[in-house]
Design a protein around this ligand. Structure first.
Ligand SMILES: C[S@@+](CC[C@H](N)C(=O)[O-])C[C@H]1O[C@@H](n2cnc3c(N)ncnc32)[C@H](O)[C@@H]1O
Length: 207
C-alpha cells in the first residue's frame, strides 16, 4: 500500500465525509438504527455521534480498511459507544442469516465493487422485518452534472478509495431485493455538484 493510500486518503475521506451538509444528512438517518446494528463501511466512524444509544443493543462496525477503522475506534471511545469491529467486505459477510435488525450504510455503496452481491448479503443477514437505512451520493438527474460524473468516475475511483460518482442508488436498492419504506432524493446545499445529488431513506426486504 502506497503512502497516499495509507496516510493521506483516510484524512481526505474523513474531511470529505464530515462537511456540515453531510453531517446534517447523517442526523436525518442514523438515529433510526435499532437493536442489533450492522454498519457497513464504518470508515472513520463519522456516524458515531448520531446513534440513539437508547435504541442500540449492539453495533458491528464492518470495514475492510484497518487504517480507517483505527480512527473509528478512537471516535467510539470519545462518544462512549461500544462497537464490535469486523474486518470484512460487504460482498461476503461473516455473519449468520437473519440476525440483524438494522443495517446502516452511508456514503459506502459508491465504493463497493460488487453492489449486487453486497445487497444480497445484506438481505441474508437482515431479520425478516429488519431495515436497511441508507444515505448515499449518486447519479444526478441532470445531464450537465451526470456527464461530468461519468467522465470523472475513473479518476475518483483511483484517488478516493474506489468511489464512483455515477451510481443510481435508487435502482441499485430496488433491483436487488428491497422495497422502499421511504426514499428521498435531492441536491443537498453547499456541496460540490459531483456529490450533491443524494438518496436517503429506509428499505425493507422484498420477500
Ligand atoms: C467514503 S467512505 C465512507 C465511510 C463512512 N460510511 C461514512 O459515512 O463516513 C467508504 C467506506 O467504504 C468502505 N468500503 C469500500 N469497499 C467496501 C466493501 N466492499 N465492503 C465494505 N466496505 C467497503 C471503505 O473502506 C470506506 O470506509
Amino acid at each position: 500500500m502506497g503512502i497516499y493510500q495509507k496516510y493521506i486518503m483516510p484524512k481526505v475521506l474523513d474531511f470529505l465525509c464530515s462537511t456540515k451538509p453531510i453531517q446534517y444528512q447523517r442526523k436525518k438517518v442514523v438515529h433510526q438504527a435499532y437493536g442489533n446494528i450492522l454498519e457497513i463501511g464504518i470508515g472513520t466512524g463519522n456516524n458515531i455521534p448520531f446513534y440513539d444509544k437508547s435504541k442500540v443493543s449492539k453495533i458491528i462496525g464492518l470495514d475492510p480498511s484497518e487504517n480507517l477503522s483505527k480512527i473509528a475506534k478512537i471516535k467510539s471511545q470519545k462518544y462512549n459507544l461500544k462497537i464490535e469491529h469486523l474486518k470484512n467486505y460487504a460482498e461476503d459477510l461473516d455473519l449468520k442469516d437473519e440476525t440483524i435488525d438494522s443495517v446502516l450504510i452511508t456514503y459506502t455503496l459508491c465504493s463497493i465493487e460488487n453492489e449486487e452481491k453486497s445487497l444480497s448479503e445484506i438481505k441474508r443477514v437482515l431479520k425478516p422485518d429488519g431495515i436497511l437505512i441508507f444515505c448515499e451520493h449518486g447519479l444526478a438527474p441532470d445531464y450537465k452534472i451526470s456527464k461530468w460524473q461519468n467522465l470523472l468516475t475513473p479518476i475518483s475511483k483511483k484517488l478516493a478509495g474506489g468511489c464512483c460518482l455515477n451510481k443510481n442508488i435508487y435502482n441499485l436498492i430496488q433491483n436487488n431485493g428491497f422495497k422502499f419504506e421511504n426514499i428521498n432524493k435531492m441536491y443537498i446545499p453547499s456541496t460540490l455538484s459531483l456529490y450533491a445529488y443524494q438518496y436517503w431513506g429506509i428499505a425493507k426486504k422484498n420477500i
